[in-house]
Design a protein. Structure first.
Length: 364
C-alpha cells in the first residue's frame, strides 16, 4: 500500500485567478483608441493595435533630422494624486517631463509612448490617466502612438499605480541647441512654472506628514497637483526663428544645477532671485519644512520652470512673444565669462554649482 497521498483534483486555473484580467486590458485598449486618435499629427495616424508604433519623418517635413529621445516618470506626486483621487493631471505631468526635455535641445516632440502599471487594473482610473496623457500630447503637439498596460498582482498596494513615459522628437541637424551659441553678455529669461511641477515630492510629502496638513483644505492638494506646464508650443517658434541660444528645463536640482547643463565651459550664469515673485506655495513649503534657501534652490523650481538664454538685444522681443503665447516671462540674469556654472543671488545669500558638478552629472 502506498503511503504517498494522492493529489486532490485541482480546479483549472486561469490568468484571472492569478489576478490579471485580459478582458479588462482589452476593454482599456478599446476605450483609449479615440484618445490616441485625437493626438494624430503629420507623420503619425495614432492608430493603436500593432506591435509597434510607426512615425514617418518625411511626412513630418524633415530633411536631415537628428532624433532626440527622453524618458521620465511622475515620481511620488502620484501618491498625492492617489490619496485625493485626482488622476486628471498626472498624464500631463508625464508628457511634460519628457517633452520639455526635448524642446531644450531644439527638438520638436513627435510621438509618445506610455507605461501604466498597477496591481489590479481599475478601468475608471486608467482611462482617466490615459485621457490626461492624451491631453498632454495635444498640448505638446506629439502623437500618442502606443504604450503598455501592465497588471502585476503583488507588485503594488491596492489602488497604487506607476507611470513612465517615452518621447521622441526631431531637430534639423543645423538647428540643434547644444550650448555652442551661448556667450558672455547673453541675457537669461525665466519663464514661470505652474507650480511644483513633478520634482521634490518626496520632501513635499514629508512636510505634509510632519505638519499634518489636510490636502483637501484650502485647495492645497489641488495646488500641489497642478500639472507641469508644457512649454513646447510657446518656445518652438522662437527656436525656429533663431532667437534662442540655449534652454534649460528647471527640474530636480533647480536653477543652480540645470542651467550649467546648457552652458559652454567658459560661461557662468548669474541669476538674481529677486527678479521674480516667489510663489506663495513655495513659501508655504519652505516654512512648513524649515527649509534653508539653498536647499529650496536645489530641490524645487521656485517659480521658474524654464530658462531661455538669448542675445541681450532680443530680450524685449522674446518676452513679448512669450506673453502672446500665454507665458509669464521676465529677465532674471545674465551670462558672464568664467568657469561653467550658475550662481543664484538673493536676500538670503548666494549659492551655486560649478565645473566639478557640471562635468559629473549625466542624468536627471
Amino acid at each position: 500500500m502506498s503511503l504517498v497521498a494522492e493529489p486532490m483534483p485541482q480546479k483549472p486555473l486561469t490568468y484571472a485567478d492569478a489576478g490579471v484580467s485580459i478582458d479588462a486590458g482589452n476593454a482599456l485598449v478599446k476605450s483609449i483608441g479615440p484618445l490616441a486618435r485625437s493626438t494624430a499629427r503629420p507623420g503619425a495616424d495614432a492608430e493603436l493595435g500593432g506591435f509597434g508604433g510607426l512615425f514617418d519623418l518625411k511626412a513630418a517635413g524633415y530633411r536631415d533630422p537628428l532624433l532626440v529621445a527622453a524618458n521620465d516618470g511622475v515620481g511620488t506626486k502620484l501618491k498625492l494624486a492617489i490619496e485625493i483621487g485626482r488622476h486628471d493631471g498626472v498624464g500631463i505631468d508625464l508628457v511634460a517631463m519628457c517633452a520639455n526635455d526635448l524642446i531644450v535641445q531644439g527638438a520638436e516632440p513627435l510621438f509618445f509612448l506610455d507605461y501604466f502599471a498597477s496591481g489590479k487594473l481599475d478601468l475608471e482610473v486608467a482611462e482617466g490617466v490615459v485621457a490626461s496623457i492624451a491631453e498632454g500630447c495635444r498640448q505638446a503637439g506629439c502623437a500618442l502612438i502606443g504604450g503598455e498596460t501592465a497588471e502585476m498582482p503583488g507588485m503594488y498596494a491596492a489602488g497604487d499605480y506607476d507611470l513612465a513615459g517615452f518621447c521622441v522628437g526631431a531637430v534639423e541637424r543645423e538647428a540643434l541647441l547644444d550650448g555652442r551659441s551661448v556667450e558672455p553678455g547673453d541675457a537669461i529669461v525665466g519663464i514661470a512654472s505652474s507650480g511644483v511641477h513633478s520634482n521634490g515630492f518626496s520632501l513635499v510629502r514629508r512636510i505634509i506628514a510632519e505638519q499634518q496638513w489636510d490636502l483637501r483644505a484650502d485647495g492645497l492638494g489641488e495646488a500641489l497637483l497642478e500639472p507641469t506646464r508644457i512649454y513646447v508650443r510657446s518656445l518652438m517658434p522662437l527656436v525656429r526663428d533663431g532667437l534662442v541660444h540655449g534652454l534649460a528645463h528647471i527640474t530636480g536640482g533647480g536653477l543652480v544645477e540645470n542651467v550649467p547643463r546648457v552652458l559652454p565651459d567658459d560661461c557662468h550664469a548669474q541669476i538674481d532671485a529677486g527678479s521674480w515673485n516667489y510663489p506663495p506655495l513655495f513659501a508655504r513649503l519652505q516654512q512648513g519644512g524649515n527649509i534653508a534657501p539653498e536647499e529650496m534652490a536645489r530641490t524645487f523650481n521656485c517659480g521658474i520652470g524654464m530658462v531661455a538664454i538669448v542675445a541681450a538685444g532680443d530680450v524685449d522681443t522674446v518676452i513679448s512673444r512669450l506673453a502672446e503665447s500665454g507665458e509669464q516671462a521676465m529677465l532674471i540674469g545674465s551670462v558672464e565669462g568664467g568657469d561653467r556654472g550658475c550662481t543664484v543671488r538673493g536676500a538670503a545669500g548666494s549659492w551655486g554649482a560649478g565645473e566639478d558638478w557640471a562635468a559629473t552629472r549625466h542624468h536627471g
